[in-house]
Ligand binder design. Structure first.
Ligand code: ADP
Length: 511
């Protein structure tokens, strides 16, 4: 088995080595998970809650050490590295405690008076093994976002973290083992082929990553006829209207575009500002971005912006910025790599337009291209001029106007006067439209039900007869009456009272 070296992007030093696991090793782990899954399902949501809350305790007790690992393989500032375990703790609290309610049997009302003879039940039963495949931007939180709800649903989980940042995911698995939980969570390490082997062996795939890989995974899942949920790339717009609080918009958009060096799927990637406030906004944004401190943290939080997670990503950012500058854009601050490690300067670009890749392709870096627009209509048209549709923000002093604009945007989430806030609300679905994905994570009950197969049960409410009206041999008269009653229950107006010809013609002759 070959090995993968994991490097600190700030120093280039090797911080760990993991096996590049081949397909047969993945298949063997999935087989083993299947052995333990049934018992995991059988202990029910309350039994699972106990283990998930123990994992939560472990994450709290080990936060600093886990954040060290996150930092070592991602080059994040300390505060950003601390977000990963804290986010996981919050999510565990939500799904561990609510899964029982979300997965409880439902008894929907029958659709018609005729159906009232049955008790109807919808049962939620987990897909036995869920495969979770994650990228490198939040090395611990990204796995936790999907592993936790899948475990809460009663599935066993095989997690394939990014080959760039696998060490934090291994910490999650270490926590699960150290609390002595049932062996229903396994991590496999490796690159694309290992991920493909996960897809080949599991019963459901939850993927976060690039649109290109997402498409390949969707095709592989279609071949196997297994369900999947994909959270893919984005090119999130921010719209700043003339009636907005410009200070808040500048602070919020700087954070939304530059947090985690812009390596967030829902980061602000392009900004449209109404002409009357354009100059004021650009000045405030640029002044604020110039104040941000960039560098490598130890355990003391000193910086706002860290490194890019790898050189390839740094190169994409440089390509987008250079393309914009070559086509007439100006960098008011930043605009190039710092020259150390994989740091790229936080950058504000103006005089940009949709001929430039910085406005149309996912940059995933610390850039904020800002474009002047005549009015709201132009802002909405440009915001929707994208193949992506993950999330968006609208900045305005009029919340009603903000919501009206939000409903015109092609995006899975829109935050008014804020960024990311949908991400911190597990009761809401987080999903992308268009090329940004299929399906969603969370959304309250849906967040665990998506990992379940829905089973319909019917059972009689009344003592049963020897045979039902519809069974063989047919009694034409009784059948005619039953069909007439079905039509009467579903039809409208005078049609309700029409009698089936079969009754008129055969009438009393039937048995
Ligand atoms: P990124 O740009 O974040 O690296 P990718 O989509 O390439 O995005 O990778 C996201 C995750 O998908 C990683 O864990 C990667 O190893 C995995 N992956 C890459 N190719 C495949 C594939 N063909 N099948 C399954 N997983 C894959």
């Amino acid at each position: 088995m070959t090995e993968i070296e994991v490097r600190n992007p700030v120093t280039g030093a090797v911080v760990g080595t993991v096996p590049n696991e081949p397909a047969d090793a993945v298949a063997a782990k999935v087989r083993e998970l299947r052995l333990y899954q049934q018992e995991w399902e059988a202990i029910g949501p309350d039994g699972r809650k106990e283990w998930l809350l123990k994992l939560q305790d472990w994450l709290i007790d080990n936060t600093d050490r886990v954040a060290d690992v996150v930092q070592s393989e991602s080059g994040k500032p300390r505060v950003d590295a601390l977000i990963d375990p804290s986010f996981a703790v919050d999510l565990i609290g939500y799904y561990a405690r609510r899964a029982g309610k979300f997965l409880a049997d439902e008894h929907p009302a029958p659709h018609s008076p005729l159906a009232r003879v049955k008790r109807l039940t919808t049962v939620y039963r987990p897909y036995p093994v869920v495969g979770v495949i994650t990228p490198w931007n939040f090395p611990l939180a990204m796995p936790a976002l999907d592993v936790i709800p899948a475990l809460a649903a009663g599935a066993a989980v095989i997690l394939k973290p990014s080959e760039v940042t696998p060490l934090s995911a291994l910490e999650l698995a270490r926590g699960w083992a150290e609390i002595g939980a049932p062996p229903v969570l396994a991590v496999v390490t490796g690159a694309g082929e290992t991920g493909a082997a996960v897809v080949d062996n599991v019963d459901y795939v939850q993927f976060t990553g690039s649109t290109r890989t997402g498409r390949a995974i969707a095709a592989a899942c279609a071949q196997r006829l297994i369900p999947f949920s994909l959270e893919l790339g984005g090119k999130d717009p921010a719209i700043v209207l003339a009636d907005a609080d410009i200070d808040r918009a500048a602070y919020g958009i700087a954070f939304g575009g530059l947090f985690n060096s812009g390596q967030v799927c829902i980061s602000v990637e392009r900004v449209y500002v109404e002409a009357p406030v354009y100059d004021e906004f650009v000045t405030k944004l640029t002044d604020h971005v110039r104040e941000l401190r960039q560098g490598a943290d130890g355990r003391q939080p000193r910086h706002h912006i860290g490194a890019m997670a790898n050189e390839a990503q740094c190169d994409i950012v440089a390509r987008h910025v250079d393309d914009a500058l070559a086509k007439g854009a100006r960098a008011l601050t930043g605009g190039k790599p710092t020259g150390t490690g994989t740091f790229f300067e936080p950058t504000v670009l103006v005089d940009v337009d949709h001929r430039m890749s910085c406005m149309t392709e996912e940059t995933f870096g610390p850039t904020l291209p800002v474009m002047k627009v005549a009015d709201e209509t132009e802002a909405v048209a440009l915001a929707n001029d994208s193949d992506y549709g993950l999330s968006a923000s609208v900045w305005t002093g009029d919340k009603v106007r903000g919501e009206r604009i939000a409903r015109q945007l092609n995006a899975g989430a829109v935050n008014i006067n804020d960024v990311f806030s949908n991400l911190f609300n597990f009761a809401l679905p987080m999903g992308g439209w268009q090329q940004s994905g299929i399906g969603a994570r969370w959304g309250g009950a849906e967040g665990v039900r998506k990992y379940c197969r829905k089973q319909a049960l019917t059972s009689p409410m009344l003592p049963t007869q020897q045979k039902e009206l519809f069974w063989f041999p047919y009694s034409t008269k009784k059948l005619g009456l039953a069909l007439t009653a079905m039509r009467a229950a579903g039809a409208r107006g005078a049609r309700r009272f029409g009698v089936l010809d079969v009754i008129n013609t055969i009438g009393g002759k039937g048995k």
